[in-house]
Ligand binder design. Sequence first.
Ligand code: FAD
Length: 317
Amino acid sequence: MSVLLIAEHNNKELRPFTLNAITASSQMDNDIHVLLIGNNCGDVAKSLSEIALVKKVLHVEAEHYENVLAENFAPLVVKVSENYSHIVSSANTFGKNLMPRISALLNTSQVSDIIKVISPDTFLRPIYAGNAFATVKSIDAKKCITIRPTSFEACSISGGSAPIEKIEPVEAFASTKFIKREEVKSDRPELGTARVVISGGRGMQSGDNFKLITDIADKLNAAIGASRAAVDAGYISNEHQVGQTGKVVVPDLYIAVGISGAIQHLAGMKESKIIVAINKDGEAPIFSVADYGLEADLFEALPQFLEELNKLNTIQK
Ligand SMILES: Cc1cc2nc3c(=O)[nH]c(=O)nc-3n(C[C@H](O)[C@H](O)[C@H](O)COP(=O)(O)OP(=O)(O)OC[C@H]3O[C@@H](n4cnc5c(N)ncnc54)[C@H](O)[C@@H]3O)c2cc1C
């Protein structure tokens, strides 16, 4: 039996979390086949075939696979999954949208958001927003698994020469139609994959004050994050939310400004390599996960921080 990994991509490039999912898959079984569903995505097939851990690429193209409609993807995955023991994808919006449908069609119990592969049938996953960990053993013959990308290293993108096998599409799902995509365009790094993230919380007090964060983000080439309280208060739009119900980030540097460190926020950032917290309350829980803590008023600290960055007169890339 082998692993069937569902690739996430935009028909031009592979999404980076697919590489983390490949690493996780390699800990379940060595025989990893990647299912690439899309339209005009030959370049993605080629790049997948060059990954050393990938043994075969199953490539299917059709117009109705151009946009990621889980309703169209799921029946195809189910059809292809016959000879596989594990079906794997990332536990991001892609996997969260797709895998439950596959799992329901296959009548198996999905194991979601795993952070560790203990053995091919046993996995570790956080529960209660990361307050506790459950070790889950799946007795299903076919295991549907989503992995938390930040808990697995990205695999190497070279060293392989896997065969690419073309497979036939299945019919489009009649009741769902793609209408349009609305994306926020930004020159900043993407929040989910940025090396540096600076986030503001309720302590920012207004959307205008986020300018203090933006100026520093410009200097550090950082993505901008936020707590849910800041999003709910309308200071910033919700694609910036970090946490249990927002994005999970694992940058080299995470700077939390005016964020208390509620457990739901920590669930989205506590695996960051270095955490810096600026908060005027020395008892704020964020300090318990911070590598560097500054007990200070952010309205004094951020301008000083910017001034020091300006002296360096450099923009990090
Ligand atoms: C089911 C559920 C899911 C949730 N999901 C998320 C999620 O995904 N992400 C998330 O972030 N939250 C989430 N929450 C909300 C979470 O519980 C907290 O309410 C939220 O994270 C608090 O945001 P905050 O730290 O910005 O605000 P607060 O907790 O109000 O903290 C503000 C902080 O700013 C500091 N501060 C104020 N003024 C200044 C100043 N001038 N200088 C320096 N510091 C200052 C204060 O000392 C305080 O620590 C969720 C809650 C639930 C119930």
